[in-house]
Design a binder for this molecule. Structure first.
Ligand SMILES: [Zn+2]
Length: 576
C-alpha cells in the first residue's frame, strides 16, 4: 500500500492541491482531500526519484486516521510518498539517500506554541538548583567573582517549585552572601526578588506606594521581603541585556531542534527580532519554523495603530519559515499574579483580599482589541485566571460585535482556570487555546497559591478538548523548560516534577497529546495544510524517537532522547 504524489507539472501550482485540502479540514483532525487533489495534478512524465527515503520504521503519521506506515519519501523538502518499505524502496534512484530507521519511531516535527527562548543567558544559572542553599551558593559564587557594587542578575528559567523548600528565596536569604552587591533574581516573566542592597539601590522602601498592575510583597511582619510582581518590576532598571544576535538565535534553535522541535511561536517579541529572523531566513540560517506575535507597549487603540504603522508589518505576512501570527496582549500576572474571581489561598490571599494582578484594565484593553480587529489583526491574550478570562471575553465580544472574529483563530494564551460558564462564550468566538505544561514545574506552588482544587484544574486539557476546542501545546520556555516530550508526558499523566499527579481527570490520550503538539499547532498558525502531520505534499518536518511514543511505558516519554530531527527534509539534529 502506498500513497504517493505524482510529478507536479509547472502548470499545476502547488497551492491548488493544498487549497483543496483546506475545506475538508476541521478542528485540525480531518482533511481526506489531499491525496485526491494531488492526483489531479499528475503529469504524464515520471516523477523524479526522491532526494531521501526513510525505511524500516514505525511512522506515526498523525493524519486524520492516525495511520501507521513503514517508510517515507522526501523530495524537494516535502513528503512525496508514505507507505510500505517495499513500495518506497522502489522509488529510489541512484542519487537517493536512504536512511535505515532500524525500527525506530517517526512522528511529525514537534511544535511549541508559546516559547520565549530556550533559557540560559549570561545571568546566574539557577535552573539546576534544588534547594534555597544551592540558590544562595550560586549567588555567592557570582559575588566573589564581581567587584563591590556590581549588579548581579539571575537567568529567569527556574521556579521555586523545583526547590526542596517549595518557596522563593527572599531578601533575608540573599543578604548574608551579598551585603554590598545588589542582587536581582529574575524568576520567569513576572517576578523579581531583590536583596537589601538592591532595594536600597532603587530606593524601594516600606513607604514606596504600590504600583498599579503590580505588587510589592511583604512578609508576616509587614517588612519588604524583596519580591516585586508584574508592573512593580518597573521600579528596577536592570543593566541592558546583550543585543540579540543571529549567532545566539542559531544556537537557541539548535538546542530546540535537539529536543525534537521543528516549529515555534514566539509569543510577543520585538520588531527588531522579527527583522533578524527574516534576515536569517533569507540567508538560509533557520533550522526551525517561526511564527511571531508582535508585542507593542501600547495602552490605547490610537497608540497601537501608530505603533503598528511604524513597524511597517502587515497581518499574517510571511512564509513557511517566518510568519507573523498576530499581536500579543496580556491582562494578568503569572503563577503568583493570575487574576482570579476568588481570593488566593491563605496566607497568599491576605485574609481574603488578594485575587491576583490585573495588568491592563478593561477599558484600555477593549479599546486596543477593537482597534486591532478593525485593522485586520489577530489578537492573542495572556490570561491565566478566570477573572482575566472574563476581561478577555468581554473585549473579544465587543470587537466581534463590530466585525466577526469567527474563523480568525484568536487565542487565549495559557487559560489556566476557565470556568464552566466561560466555555460557551469562548466557543461562540471560535477561539483557539494556547496551553502549556506550567503545572508540571509549578504544581506544589500552585497548590499553595490557589488551593488544591484550582491547582488540579490548572490548564484543564480534557475539558478544553471535550468542549471541542483546538488546543495547541507548548511550554512558555524559559518559564518552564522547553522539552516537548515533557509536555506530552505531563498532559497524558498529569504528573509533576516534585508534587505527584494533580488533576488526573484532566489527562488526555497520547494520540490527543501528539495532535496538540503537532497538527493543532499548525492550525494555530493557519498552516495545517502545509505541516503538522506526515502526509503527501506537506513540509518534511519530522522527529525520530528510539521508542514508540504511543505504547512505551509513560515514564519513558519524558526520559527518551530524540534520535534525529529533520526540517524540510534536511537533518538539523542527529544524536551523536
Ligand atoms: Zn509567556
Amino acid at each position: 500500500m502506498i500513497r504517493r504524489a505524482r510529478g507536479r507539472p509547472r502548470a499545476c501550482p502547488e497551492p491548488l492541491a493544498l487549497r483543496r485540502a483546506q475545506g475538508e479540514r476541521r478542528r485540525g483532525l480531518r482533511y481526506a482531500g489531499l491525496v485526491g487533489a494531488l492526483v489531479i495534478c499528475s503529469a504524464a512524465q515520471a516523477p523524479p526519484p526522491p532526494d531521501t527515503i526513510l525505511v524500516n520504521g514505525h511512522v506515526v503519521t498523525v493524519d486524520a486516521r492516525f495511520s501507521i506506515a513503514q517508510a517515507i519519501a522526501i523530495t524537494g523538502g516535502r513528503f512525496t510518498a508514505v507507505g510500505t518499505d517495499a513500495a518506497i524502496k522502489k522509488l529510489a534512484g541512484p542519487k537517493t539517500a536512504t536512511i535505515d530507521l532500524r525500527g525506530q519511531t517517526v512522528i511529525p516535527g514537534l511544535a511549541d506554541g508559546h516559547l520565549h527562548d530556550a533559557g540560559g543567558g549570561p545571568g546566574v544559572d539557577l535552573s539546576r538548583a534544588r534547594s534555597i542553599a544551592e540558590v544562595v551558593a550560586a549567588i555567592a559564587a557570582r559575588v566573589r567573582a564581581s567587584r563591590p557594587g556590581d549588579i548581579i542578575v539571575s537567568n529567569s528559567d527556574w521556579h521555586e517549585a523545583q526547590l526542596r523548600e517549595h518557596r522563593l528565596p527572599y531578601r533575608k536569604d540573599l543578604d548574608p552572601v551579598s551585603p554590598d552587591n545588589p542582587v536581582v533574581l529574575v524568576r520567569g516573566g513576572h517576578e523579581y526578588i531583590l536583596n537589601s542592597a538592591a532595594l536600597k539601590n532603587w530606593n524601594i522602601t516600606r513607604d514606596t506606594p504600590q504600583v498599579a498592575g503590580g505588587r510589592i510583597t511583604r512578609d508576616a511582619n509587614g517588612e519588604l521581603n524583596g519580591e516585586l510582581v508584574d508592573r512593580a518590576k518597573s521600579l528596577v532598571q536592570l543593566p541592558p541585556t546583550p543585543r540579540l544576535t543571529i549567532e545566539a538565535l542559531q544556537q537557541q534553535h539548535r538546542t530546540l531542534n535537539a529536543a525534537g522541535l521543528t516549529s515555534i511561536r514566539y509569543p510577543g517579541a520585538s520588531v527588531e527580532q522579527y527583522r533578524l529572523l527574516q534576515d536569517m531566513a533569507r540567508r538560509g540560517l533557520l533550522t526551525i519554523r517561526i511564527s511571531q506575535l508582535l508585542r507593542f507597549g501600547a495602552d490605547s487603540g490610537d497608540a497601537m495603530r501608530r505603533a503598528i504603522a511604524a513597524s511597517d508589518i502587515t497581518p499574517d505576512e510571511g512564509d513557511e519559515w517566518v510568519r507573523i501570527g498576530g499581536v500579543k496582549l496580556g491582562v494578568d500576572g503569572g503563577f503568583e499574579g493570575g487574576w482570579m474571581r476568588e481570593p488566593y489561598a491563605e496566607p497568599w490571599g491576605e485574609r481574603g483580599t488578594f485575587r491576583g494582578v490585573n495588568t491592563m484594565k478593561q477599558a484600555a484593553y477593549t479599546d486596543v482589541v477593537k482597534e486591532l480587529n478593525r485593522l485586520g489583526w489577530r489578537v492573542a491574550t495572556h490570561a491565566v485566571g478566570d477573572a482575566a478570562i472574563d476581561e478577555v471575553l468581554a473585549a473579544y465580544e465587543a470587537a466581534h460585535a463590530e466585525r466577526s472574529i469567527a474563523g480568525r483563530r484568536w487565542t487565549i494564551e495559557h487559560g489556566f482556570i476557565p470556568q464552566a460558564d466561560q466555555f460557551a462564550r469562548m466557543k461562540a468566538l471560535d477561539l483557539v487555546i494556547s496551553a502549556q505544561n506550567h503545572l508540571y514545574l509549578a504544581g506544589p506552588s500552585l497548590v499553595s497559591y490557589w488551593g488544591a482544587k484550582r491547582a488540579a484544574w490548572t490548564t484543564p486539557m480534557r475539558a478544553y478538548l471535550d468542549h471541542g476546542f483546538v488546543v495547541a501545546g507548548g511550554t512558555d520556555s524559559a518559564v518552564v523548560p522547553y522539552p516537548p516530550l515533557w509536555v506530552i508526558y505531563h498532559f497524558v499523566t498529569r504528573d509533576t516534577i516534585s508534587g505527584g499527579v494533580l488533576g488526573a481527570d484532566q489527562a488526555i490520550s497520547r494520540k490527543e497529546a501528539l495532535q496538540v503538539e503537532t497538527i493543532n499547532n499548525a492550525y494555530l498558525t493557519f498552516e495545517e495544510r502545509v505541516k503538522g502531520s506526515i502526509e503527501l505534499g506537506k513540509l518534511a518536518d519530522l522527529v525520530v524517537l528510539p521508542e514508540d511514543i504511543l505504547t512505551c511505558p509513560p515514564k519513558n516519554i519524558a526520559q527518551m532522547t530524540v534520535a534525529m530531527t529533520m526540517v524540510g527534509g534536511r537533518m538539523v539534529y542527529q544524536r551523536p
